[in-house]
Design a protein around this ligand. Structure first.
Ligand SMILES: C[S@@+](CC[C@H](N)C(=O)[O-])C[C@H]1O[C@@H](n2cnc3c(N)ncnc32)[C@H](O)[C@@H]1O
Length: 481
């Protein structure tokens, strides 16, 4: 049967067979597989065509050589799968769409096969964080000692993406990745893989590869981690059915928790009839390698829930800024402060002496009670003249304000600069938000424009797409000159 990588062959006369009254009760996919089984004994199949979404019960089989088709025409009819068969009219294949789809499936297979064969770690990430994780990993790859060899932006699970990594020391890579608390909600799982599996036939199942891997253990308890989750129950069922004949059944157990080993199985591509029978990767490792949680991750629970998301956004921004951060005991201004996560951060982590929390909305009561917090219940435009009058000089200006147009975020900072409320050495953190439905390239362009306005006035500027940012948010940080 044809497999991936073949050229679309020239049509050879006398190689096609027409089948009438095929058994449609099987469904298109299954019928194709069953017909292939019947005809492949006569020679290599070039095509098994079953019309999709058609009420007409016919099919075409195409061989490489006319002699093969001739032999197949000797099948006794009626056959359980069709009533009659005869040579098809000698016309060139018309189904260009089908060929294109096949070619696309072949390229896709080759692409992912090549990437997964070069990797030994698969990170499972939420799709909305895929590009952020990819960028984050690429940035640190060389220094930490790994490379990002590819990824799958959209799996069949839609909301889950995969990033493929090749690390010299997988344990160190895992420890390094786990040390970033802000990845906790983005990277769901890590699979340590060392085998790429491409079943040769639909019948040669992934289960046999799993059993082979399990039999490499002398003893122990194994937890199976399967992606996508919908594969789980069918795989477990068929492994269960084979368990009685498994030679290590008395010394190796499958358990959900407290295991010595974890076995990961990732299905990258589902079978595509007549192109490939699926693409998987797998690996088995000591469970304790991927179970240690760094203490930094437990910090996540220490902040009140309703203000926590914003709090963590600013914490992540500070943790990811590449450069020196402002020291403690400063005067800070939090623009658009309600309900108060950023103000809380400025008080807790930076121990700012005075924090002007500017927002017409309410601050959370726990934030209102914090030392040094002055809640001005008005807009930033109405607050600037008063700050100027007080000759208040702001050392840290943070703004997570929701504004109609993102340039207003920079407008108010520049106005404050003009009024001498901020100046040389003021550390700035601005969230640029796209509240209208722009495409991501338009959004990037708009962010770039704001960056251009700030560049002549600031140093060490960095734009980060934080894991705690929404999809259409970017955080700009730096110091005013
Ligand atoms: C996303 S919330 C900020 C959340 C905040 N960073 C926190 O940690 O809780 C945006 C806030 O911006 C405020 N806002 C919008 N326009 C403003 C303006 N011109 N001046 C001050 N605050 C403004 C809104 O009232 C809203 O409370």
């Amino acid at each position: 049967m044809s497999t991936q990588g073949e050229e679309n062959p020239k049509y050879v006369k006398g190689t096609r067979i027409f089948l009438s009254e095929v058994d449609q009760t099987l469904g298109e996919g299954k019928l194709r597989i069953e017909l292939a089984k019947v005809f492949e004994v006569f020679g290599e199949l070039r095509e098994v065509f079953v019309p999709t979404r058609s009420t007409k019960a016919y099919a075409f089989i195409r061989f490489n050589l006319p002699e093969e088709a001739q032999k197949a025409l000797g099948i006794v009819t009626p056959h359980p799968l069709f009533k009659r068969l005869k040579p098809a009219k000698d016309i060139a294949p018309r189904n260009k769409k089908h060929d294109k789809q096949k070619q696309k499936a072949v390229s896709e297979f080759e692409f992912y096969f090549s990437a997964i064969s070069r990797s030994n770690i698969v990170c499972q990430v939420h799709t909305s964080h895929y590009e952020r994780l990819f960028g984050f990993l690429e940035k640190h790859a060389e220094k930490v000692g790994f490379s990002v060899v590819g990824g799958m932006a959209k799996t069949k699970s839609r909301t889950i993406s995969l990033v493929f990594v090749q690390a010299k020391k997988r344990k160190s890579f895992y420890g390094w990745l786990n040390s970033f608390w802000f990845l906790q909600n983005s990277v769901h799982r890590i699979f340590l893989v060392d085998a790429t599996i491409t079943p040769k036939t639909p019948e040669e199942s992934i289960e046999s590869s799993i059993m082979d891997t399990l039999s490499t253990l002398d003893q122990g308890s194994v937890r199976l981690q399967i992606f996508p989750p919908r594969l789980c129950s069918s795989l477990l069922k068929s492994i269960d059915a084979r368990w009685d004949s498994f030679e290590k059944r008395n010394s190796v157990k499958l358990l959900p928790t407290n295991t010595t080993n974890t076995m990961g199985v990732v299905q990258l591509l589902t079978p595509v009839p007549f192109v490939h029978n699926g693409l998987y990767c797998s690996g088995i490792w000591e469970s304790n390698l991927t179970e240690s949680k760094s203490s930094s991750r437990s910090r996540i629970d220490t902040v009140d829930n309703d203000i926590s998301r914003a709090y963590w956004k600013l914490e992540e921004a500070f943790d990811r800024y590449d450069g020196s951060l402002p020291t403690t005991s400063k005067v800070a201004l939090d623009c658009g402060a309600a309900p108060g996560g950023w103000t809380q951060f400025l008080e807790r982590r930076l121990e700012c002496q005075t924090i002007y929390s500017i927002d017409p909305g309410d601050l959370h009561e726990t934030v209102l009670g914090l030392k040094g917090v002055k809640h001005w219940r008005k807009t930033i435009q109405n607050s600037l003249p008063e700050l100027q009058k007080q000759k208040s000089r702001i050392d840290i200006w943070v703004s997570d304000m929701c504004v109609k147009d993102m340039e207003q975020q920079v407008d108010w900072l520049l106005k404050a600069l003009e009024m001498d409320v901020v100046g040389s050495g003021t550390f700035i953190v601005l969230t640029l938000k796209c509240i209208h439905g722009h495409s991501s390239s338009t959004f990037d362009f708009l962010v770039e424009q704001q960056l251009k306005r700030l560049k002549p006035l600031a140093r060490d500027l960095q734009v980060i797409h934080l894991f705690y940012n929404r999809f259409s948010e970017r955080t700009i940080m730096g110091y005013l000159n």
